[in-house]
Design a protein around this ligand. Sequence first.
Ligand SMILES: [Zn+2]
Length: 177
Amino acid sequence: MNEPALDPTMEDAGRQPQNGLVRNRLQSFGLTMVVMGASFFLYYLGCFGTVDGPLTPAKMGAALAGLGVTRRHVILLLLSILIGAISWNWVFNLTSILIGNRMTCKAKGKGARGICGAPVKRIRQVSTRSGRPVVKYTCSHGHRRPDALFHPVKKGAVSHTVCLACLVFVLIAAFGA
Ligand SMILES: [Zn+2]
């Protein structure tokens, strides 16, 4: 992998991904350290049941039962987190559409894919022909179109991890022990 590039023209092109690779390595190293630190912390609090601490599962169960928290409460809480983790971007996207956010110009232009791509503003005006209110999207280049391109937010790795973890915990809480 660290062999020098054979083609000299490849060298320059290869430098950029190399930097990205180093940065990715550093980032994942940092993330690993954080996870390890958190794991040690939880370990010494007894979360894994091996060390006697405030988070030892039996103690936690007793404490929760003392507070009147039942398994149904835990399942309900986990389910609501799960639903939130699944649906937050749908809610966000719907809100963005309603307020006209995250939309770009669809008029022909010099931008990527041959369209303008500038952010648009939604305006409402009364049509001179029909007398009815119509919605138009205008951009800073002076385009004015009846429609615009919407850019939805997609879930990332964190959301998928939270979803999966919640699902697993719900299943454990519902069917385990
Ligand atoms: Zn435009």
